[in-house]
Design a protein around this ligand. Structure first.
Ligand code: ARG
Length: 482
């Protein structure tokens, strides 16, 4: 699988390890070593199997570097043009499969440089002037992550809009709200769904905050200390859409806090998606029967013909650990590193790639699922009819009449205990029976209890009353239009 290389130097006369590969990571080693790198060592250290995902951004960074090198007088215009054309051709060839990554390529940077040099001859060797793979990879990763982040933010907005639109259809659907997964008080389904809008809009804000700090260009930091060449770092930053250059070369080449920030935001997002996924699992069970998943987003059983399984939701929930794991992995990589670059930093990529794939995949699949979710409004409403859910309202009514809330709570507790013992609906007790439970309890406290009316008493900002929800919906739509 070795590639023809225009710059192949003569094989050293010295004995090489029998395992030494033909193209074994030589470019980066130059003439310093008497032996080719051991094949197992190359396999152990190589990142090309995964960092080839950065190809496009690596070439983008190199194209900007070429322009800045030309401005610094290190490349003639003709050379800059040849290098730029060559870089684009290498990217196209690798993308189309016309050129191949070689097993001896240590990473995507060396693969591109090898193919470029194969094309252009010694001119290819000028590309790495005033640059190190340390500022190169820091640049590539920022560029790549910025694109992923922007795509994710757009996808998150679409998911958020799906929640808001489903909420708009269910302003008048009432279901039990739960604490401890025990029925607590009636809430409007719109209110429940808008809770996810709040989570997702904070998630979006976190990604955008992280983007602001991420968007600086490390190019020109070189290996660790900056470069002797007069690079216009403002120019390369601008060419790459960064807000400006990073301020300290040691920091720029060796920190990955932008990865950590992204992953922290991603872990929170995935936790939110996982909570909703858990509700889908519960709601689609026969025990709840609050919702039915669309057939398009359900799976069957290989043995039980009747089964309709919520695997999509389970996998969103189940993959949360991968995102959390990625966050912990990068934090752990960073914690013991002396300044500046250390190869440990190569371990940032796989967890980051995996986490990005999990969050983007989860967001997208939910965005297509949410609008197709079949809501079983009758089951929800029947469950919300449970008069126990309105007992806080009775206590509130007593408190409004001046009874200390603790006493009101005790009085209604007695009412609940009695009606449970008698298997009676509290709304069917007569005035005498009520008075026997507590002297302040009257018929009008219990007679009109119903779930929708109950929600409408919670008119406070953030409450589940119809009018509060209508306001919240308008705000959510305005949020999304921004
Ligand atoms: N593959 C390396 C990484 O991902 C690129 C930088 C290598 N730098 C070096 N000095 N070995 O971090």
């Amino acid at each position: 699988m070795s590639q023809p290389r225009a710059n192949a130097r003569k094989k050293p006369a010295r004995a090489t390890s029998s395992k030494a590969p033909k193209t074994g990571g030589r470019e980066a080693r130059g003439q310093r070593f008497a032996e080719d790198v051991d094949a197992e060592v190359l396999a152990f250290t190589s990142s090309v199997s995964f960092d080839q995902r950065l190809l496009h951004h690596d070439v983008r960074g190199s194209l900007a570097h070429v322009q800045v090198l030309a401005k610094a007088g290190m490349l003639k215009p003709r050379e800059a043009k040849a290098l730029s054309d060559g870089l684009r051709a290498v990217e196209a060839d690798l993308a189309s499969g016309k050129a191949k990554i070689a097993p001896g390529d240590e990473d995507i940077h060396m693969a591109v440089e090898r193919l470029l040099t194969a094309r252009l001859g010694p001119l290819g060797g000028k590309l790495h002037t005033a640059r190190s793979r340390n500022d190169q990879i820091a640049t590539d990763l920022r560029l790549w992550l910025r694109d992923e982040l922007d795509a994710l933010v757009g996808e998150l907005r679409a998911l958020d809009a799906a929640f808001v639109e489903l909420a708009a259809r269910h302003v008048d659907t009432v279901l039990p709200g739960y604490t401890h997964l025990q029925r607590a008080q009636p809430v409007r389904l719109a209110h429940h769904l808008l809770a996810y809008h709040e989570m997702l809009s904070r998630d979006r804000g976190r990604f955008l905050d992280a983007r602001g700090r991420l968007n600086r260009s490390p190019l020109g930091s070189a290996a660790l200390a900056g470069t002797t060449f007069p690079l216009d770092r403002e120019l390369s930053a601008k060419l790459l859409g960064f807000d400006g250059p990073t301020a300290n070369s040691l920091d720029a080449t060796s920190d990955r806090d932008f990865v950590v920030e992204f992953l922290a935001a991603a872990a929170l997002l995935q936790a939110h998606l996982s909570r909703f996924a858990e509700e889908l699992v519960l709601w689609s069970s026969a025990e709840f029967a609050f919702a039915e998943l669309p057939d398009s987003h359900s799976t069957g059983s290989s043995i039980m013909p009747q089964k309709k399984n919520p695997d999509v939701a389970e996998l969103i929930r189940g993959r949360t650990g991968r995102v959390n794991g990625a966050l912990v992995a990068i934090l752990t990589v960073l914690k013991g590193l002396p300044l500046a670059y250390n190869r440990d930093l190569q371990e940032d990529k796989q967890p980051l790639f995996e986490a990005v794939d999990v969050v983007r995949g989860s967001v997208r699949v939910l965005t297509s699922l949410v609008p197709r979710l079949v809501i079983r409004t009758e089951t929800m409403e029947r469950a919300a009819e449970d008069p126990a859910l309105m007992m806080t309202d009775v206590a509130d009514a007593l408190a409004r009449e001046g009874l200390p809330f603790r006493e009101a709570h005790a009085a209604v507790g007695a009412l609940v205990r009695t009606t449970l013992a008698l298997a009676r609906d509290p709304r069917t007790l007569d005035a005498k029976e009520l008075k026997a439970i507590h002297p302040r309890l009257r018929l009008d406290h219990v007679k009109g209890l119903e779930p929708g009316g109950s929600t409408d008493q919670r008119r406070v900002i953030g409450g589940t009353a119809r009018e509060a929800i209508v306001r919240a919906l308008a705000r959510a739509r305005k949020d999304l239009a921004r």
